[in-house]
Design a protein. Sequence first.
Length: 234
Amino acid sequence: MRTEAARLFARALESRFHATLHGAEHLPRSGGALLVGNHAYFGMDAWVLTALLLLQCNVVPRFLGERNLWRIPIVKQFLTSVGAIPGKPDDAVALLEAGELVAVYPGGVDDSFKLSSQAYTLQWKNRAGFARVAMRAKVPIIPVAATGVDELYQIDEREPFIGRAFGGSSRYDLPLPKSLSPRRVPLDYYLLEPIDTSGDPNDEAAVERVRHATESAIRSILDPYRERLVHKTF
């Protein structure tokens, strides 16, 4: 992923999406860290974030994916080829303890498959597994707020057949974009101040503190952005 070919591809993504990375100074100079962010349609945002991190920080994160996606052979093959792994807590902790930069989207497909009317809302449903993982590994969480990503496609409905057949529930109903070509919208990625993850990962109150702090940090960017967007488009 750090070859010259990878860098050329990364530069193409950076240019095509007018993408900018803010707050690179918040990444630790050594040791592991957990990137936690909002997710967009079909993971397009993850590709661009990876490109920016490679070009500006010379690092490529390992992404934790929704485990059910590994049940679909072609998706499993693709995710594995780009270094993603199923979101198993023990595996995530091992990577972080080994000094890797790991990225996760707590909203999973709930975030990625949301409608345009839900743009820049976090569909996390109070999931706190990411907080517990970071606390176990004793690494900081770097909140990542991405703007522009929910405007790449206009999605007003989802289909109830194909995705549900593979995923087993309506969570996997595939979004139906009005166009297959993404809009030319500038993408901005904000790496925010690290979240302190000290505390007992078995203490629910401590875990909730970390979860809430992470979500609040991301919403501090997304909420005002969505408010401006609502007045413009909805």
